[in-house]
Design a protein around this ligand. Structure first.
Ligand code: MOS
Length: 726
């Protein structure tokens, strides 16, 4: 089913089920500890043994020798696999670091061995007996030092990632008011609750992985490529996922090593990546350096806008591109956007929630605040004044599908009490605390990807939806059930949703903020096809019939859904070429009030508000949870999170949850989330867009701007910790 234009017929006008706040149907299982996560699936296969991974103690070089004699003789040990005795496996899709095998070491904590034993403790204890010698080579670990020499990134066709519109240099030179500021963001860890975990079992040449993965069909293809197998012989099952944030978009060492270890042990093997390995063995968000130059007239109209971004990665190609939102967010005839990438020998940088935009706003939206102050203009008014008419300056045909950023800003201003903000920094005091308010705009692209589902009637009035779509804690189960319930006119309780199994039709998966919009559109399309099939079975036109309350009204007659028997449809949706003509994005206005202790520099967020524009909101309750979670994550990015690099030995030092600080409840005050709940006429028949990554875009900048408004000290080096005030 190809969908290119606004649907002629909107089944969702009444918002009967879709669009209603609905508690998550998987909620009771999760809150009572009964949702089985990968490592806890004790009953899926008998005779599970425990694997324990050993990580490399050097960041770059070679293993010269490994001695596993003592480990192999240790109590309970079933097998030991060593990298030096294993041919290197392939790299996964979108993976840049090797996952296992061979003597070469590309990054710290690269998996080099796995001990399989009867119990976890036996495996861990034996792993400590493996002796490894290395030839260490010099590596490139110091990103800030290497960044200035970094070459321009290249796109897939090899074109340098540098966009120019008009003549930035002349326009900037001539501008009446200018900002030239550089911001830095550190490496960050996904730090999800559930570590990467897999149970692997072989049945002849067939491999099953009970795992924790956001993208099941990518995972299946990727695993085939890594192990040199036909993906048809691989099954992934991932019904519950304890957080991913992009860290589980790809196959990682837990799955690969569990598969190799299970083969050698001739038994199913389960591996959960140990927490201290997570930061260096898996992926992280890359550090950035971002230079913003903005030139404007005294009236606040931007005439010149340059955003240059530096990051680094193990492959020297894919970095963290902080410029993504900049061409879309503001008008301005003369532009320069450039993205540079240094080659580093640190662990692999890869996607983390709103890759690019999450850190891009930390620079752009603070630069806008700096410009507003220089102009003596309200920062909200400055943004409204620079609202673009089209996505490309001077090209009115390049349109936004639906954009309500100005409404977000105005609505937020009223709700937050922005008029109480004092423009002069450091002018509000509450005892020892300096109090300030900040605002920032947010933009995150809203992609939509091909998504399929199987929808079946159970013959008793119930509906079963099966797809490999995942629920990473986002609420996919619920919005998919809502979509099927409404399209087929049955109560929500009558819909059973099975997710995360690669034996089911391939969905868009959970990534890039495309999951909700794509997977529900796919389920909707399958349900529409099922309606037609029901019509053929019972003798009416399924497109014209009315499906409601478990009944069907057609040709002046009423049918029970059960009368159609056990029908099944494999259907789905492909998205058309609208991306060529439209920018389909989501928008937000973020507000924060922060207090900074005048004596210690300790900071406390007092209030936060997000006003979001993301098309139809499928389930306001779970969408709100997504945004609230993202706001917390953004508070972490602004104020505490940082993977500290040991630039001598090339690893992240604080590689556990004791050393890597993330916000806790006590850090987070009153949060409010408002949705404009508009309809995006372009994206899909449901007119809905994702919101989970929008929620993190701009929040940190609002906090940083509030901290500046409180103190009058502008810290451009994230996270803004108290030491940086002095
Ligand atoms: Mo997202 S970083 O594509 O899970």
């Amino acid at each position: 089913m190809e969908f290119n234009a606004p649907a002629g017929r909107n089944l969702f006008d009444a918002s009967k089920v879709v669009g209603k706040s609905t508690p998550r149907i998987d909620g009771p299982l999760k809150t009572t500890g009964q949702a089985p996560y990968a490592y806890e699936r004790h009953d899926v296969v008998a005779n599970q043994a425990y694997g324990y991974i050993v990580g490399s103690a050097i960041a770059k070089g070679r293993i010269s020798a490994m001695d596993a004699e003592a480990a192999r003789a240790a109590p309970g040990v079933i097998a030991v696999i060593l990298a030096t005795e294993t041919k290197p496996v392939g790299k996964g899709m979108s993976n840049y670091a090797p996952l296992f095998g061979g003597s070469d070491i590309a990054h710290y904590h690269q998996a080099i061995a796995c001990v399989v034993a009867e119990t976890f403790e036996q495996a861990r204890s034996a792993a400590a007996l493996i002796r490894t010698s290395y030839d260490r080579s010099a590596g490139r670990f110091d990103f800030p030092k290497l960044a200035p020499e970094a070459p321009l990134a290249k796109d897939e066709e090899g074109k340098p990632d540098r966009q120019t519109v008009g003549d930035f240099d002349s326009a900037f030179a001539a501008a009446e008011v200018k900002i030239d500021a550089t911001y830095t963001t550190p490496d960050e860890s996904h730090a999800m609750m559930e570590p990467h975990a897999t149970i692997a079992a072989w049945d002849g040449d067939k491999l099953t992985l009970w795992t924790s993965n956001q993208m099941i069909n990518w995972g299946k293809e990727s695993m085939g490529k890594i192990l040199g197998m036909d993906p048809k012989n691989i099954r992934l099952d991932s019904p519950y996922i304890g957080g991913g944030f992009g860290g589980k978009l790809f196959i990682r060492a837990d799955a690969v090593v569990a598969a190799l270890a299970a083969k050698q042990a001739k038994r199913p093997v389960k591996i959960a990546l140990q927490r201290p390995l997570m930061a260096n063995n898996t992926t992280h968000r890359h550090a950035t350096i971002q230079r913003l130059r903005i030139g404007a007239g005294r009236d606040g109209r931007i005439t010149a806008l340059a955003h240059e971004n530096w990051s680094g990665n193990i492959n020297g190609k894919e970095g963290e591109n902080g410029t993504l939102q900049t061409p879309v967010l503001y008008a301005g005839a003369n532009r320069l956007i450039a993205n540079y990438i240094a080659t580093l020998d640190l662990p692999e940088g890869n996607a983390m929630r709103a890759p690019g935009e999450a850190v891009g706003h930390l620079a752009l939206e603070v630069a806008m605040d700096e410009l507003a102050e220089k102009l003596g203009m309200d920062p909200i008014e400055l943004r409204i004044r620079n609202e673009p008419k089209s996505t490309v300056p001077g090209k009115p045909e390049k349109r936004f599908s639906d954009r309500n950023l100005v409404r977000c800003l105005r609505e937020g201003s009223t709700r937050f009490g922005w008029d109480r903000r004092k423009a002069k920094p450091g002018s509000v005091r509450d005892g020892q605390w300096l109090v300030g308010m900040g605002v920032a705009a947010g933009y995150r692209a809203a992609p939509a990807n091909k998504s399929a589902a199987r929808v079946r009637l159970d013959g008793n009035g119930g509906v079963i939806v099966e797809t490999d779509m995942t629920d990473i804690g986002t609420g996919s189960y619920t919005i998919i059930a809502q979509t099927a319930a409404e399209t087929l006119g049955v109560p929500l309780e009558k819909v059973k949703v099975t997710l995360g199994d690669s034996d089911h039709p391939a969905a868009a998966g959970s990534g890039g903020q495309w999951g909700a919009a794509s997977s529900t559109a796919g389920v909707y399309a399958a349900c529409v096809t099922l309606r037609q099939k029901i019509g053929q079975t019972l003798g009416f036109d399924g497109d014209k019939a009315e499906f409601a309350g478990g009944k069907i009204k057609a040709n002046g007659k009423s049918f029970d859904l059960a009368e159609a028997g056990k029908l099944s449809v494999d259907g789905g949706i492909e998205f058309g070429k609208f991306k060529d003509d439209y920018d389909v994005g989501t928008y937000a206005a973020h507000f924060a009030e922060v207090a900074v202790n005048a004596y210690t520099g300790e900071a406390r967020i007092r209030r936060m508000l997000a006003v979001c524009d993301a098309g139809r909101i499928l389930n306001p309750l779970s969408a709100r949870s997504q945004v609230i979670g993202a706001m917390v994550m953004a508070a972490g990015a602004a104020m505490m999170e940082e993977l500290v690099v040991d630039t001598r030995f090339g690893f992240f030092v604080n590689h556990d949850l004791a050393g890597y600080e993330v916000p806790v409840h006590a850090d987070i005050p009153a949060q409010d989330v408002v949705f404009l709940d508009t309809l995006d006429p372009i994206i899909s028949p449901l007119k809905a867009k994702g919101v989970g990554e929008l929620g993190i875009c701009g929040v940190g900048a609002a906090i940083a701007n509030a901290m500046y408004n409180a103190t009058g000290v502008r810290v451009r080096e994230y996270p803004i910790t108290l030491d940086k005030y002095f």
